[in-house]
Write a protein that binds this ligand. Sequence first.
Ligand code: GTP
Ligand code: SPV
Ligand code: MN
Length: 592
Amino acid sequence: MTTNKYVLSWIDEMAAMTQPDRIVWIDGSEEQAEALRAEACSTGEMIKLNQDKLPGCYLHRTAVNDVARVEGRTFICTSKKEDAGNINNWMDPAECYEKLSKLYKGAMKGRTMYVIPYSMGIVGSDFAKYGIELTDSIYVVLNMLIMTRVGTNVLEALGDSADYIKGLHAKADLDEENRYIVHFPEDNTIWSVNSGYGGNVLLGKKCFALRIASYLGRKEGWMAEHMLILGVEYPNGEIKYISAAFPSACGKTNLAMLIPPEIYGKKGYKVWCVGDDIAWLRVGKDGRLWAVNPENGFFGVAPGTNDKSNPNALATTMKDTIFTNVVHNTAENTVWWEGLDKNPPAEAIDWKGNVWDFNKFDKADKSTCGAHPNSRFTAKAINCPCLSKEFDNPAGVPISAIVFGGRRAKTAPLVYQSTSWQHGTFVGSIMASETTAAAAGAVGVVRRDPMAMRPFTGYNMGDYFKHWLEMGKKIPNAPKIFHVNWFRTDDEGNFIWPGFGDNMRVLLWILDRCEGKVDADLTAIGYVPKAEDINIEGLDGITLDTIRDLVSVDTESWKADLANIKEFYALIGDRVPAEMFEELKGLEERLG
Ligand code: GTP
Ligand code: SPV
Ligand code: MN
């Protein structure tokens, strides 16, 4: 398929180590994909679902010990430890290659090694970057075919160049103790072993498009961010674009596919999805910041997705989708998950592969769930009813506003605006959120997650803040920076803000601020809306007082946060830029 000597010699070397029985090149054709689906079904790796109801859809269950990203086993292997920084796990590259080579040795004996040439971004475009993933998993091949652009045209575009990301994945024994997701940014290399789950093994996604790409972006003067990209269309046809960084399972997919509330819908407002997870951003010739989504599909959280919360996502999954770790409705041969509807199937197999009795489901006990809380759908972008016309535009879209957000029960208001790019960078740097099921470990613990990139920055977090500051100086028409929180709770722990489609009301305030069309109140943390400027028409049970409460700045909880921010900066270490301490001092003084 190629005469590229860098590619061929690398594959020889990896095959000599892993010793597969056969090597199969993935060409991106439907025929080959269909044969692989049939093979996966014949071995039980996948289940072909009811083709009348869910054409082209399949179900897969991962091993029960392998259901989320493993941050504790994810490493950045730079030659100098300081370049990975204290927020990342680090291993010496030589030591790591040696250690993992032992795990890979013979790991593909009796198996097939698939060679997947893929592109992040549109093949042949200025901003595309290429990768080759070697894997012994058909499930990985089929997911990569949805999530990235795969095929022989990638090899043609690569030509004789050595400029591609080398990814090696082997399932090996799925041994948790020897599971490693490691990155060698200085060698354009990613090695993953002993996992078969999502972000650990679809190497184009978090490993390449965020960790390696963030490293490259710093070197080359652009940004790789954990951001959705959406367009808000006004009744006059004008479209304004927003990118937003929320931590894993905190609402990116939902916001990106938002359906405006009726009061806006009937006036002609629309929202268009450009991307739901990753944005690559660069400065355009016009001095604005332009964003592309390097992916080609969505790897979205299933639980909670329904025809009210996210009808567009649900529609997207109705064909050509791989479901992972959801409930199998065996009577109908369809799928189900918590929060889909109020009719759990009577005959069902849970995500672990056991018979599941929905009567035993107890909301307070996650272990009784039929679908794993981090169960996912892998669906094609082109099947999304609200996909932006600009999705395939290699130039991307110009960004008016950058929005940060997280899950905070109390501290963060519904929305606030930073006072400058530097202050906005500070706001991103102190983001905090309750942890979710997207990563292995405790759920619901508040932790700092700067720019939603804590698990995904391929270099020192202090240098990453510095890069944000440097980028700001290079964007003459920089986006304004905001922070949102859909997750404030009342004393009973209920979410106060309705969220989902109604988040449109906040987006419109944000865009009005970008245009200087609406006033705001300056507080210690930044600008907050005047309550009457958030449209509450048609919202049940929400009054101007609710909004006042939602945008109020609780000085005491912010003061309590300061100590934690200082500790976090100290943990990052001496590369935190002086500007961040300046901002911190300013905040402290304003809080009094
Ligand atoms: P990753 O794919 O892990 O990066 O996550 P994501 O940021 O795309 O998260 P997603 O949109 O899938 O949201 C996951 C969870 O957030 C689900 O449980 C949703 O129900 C919940 N969620 C999303 N938007 C809102 C909202 O506006 N309000 C509330 N209360 N919950 C929301
Ligand atoms: C996330 O965890 O942020 C995801 C899912 O988007 S995964 O691809 O598993 O990282
Ligand atoms: Mn994500």
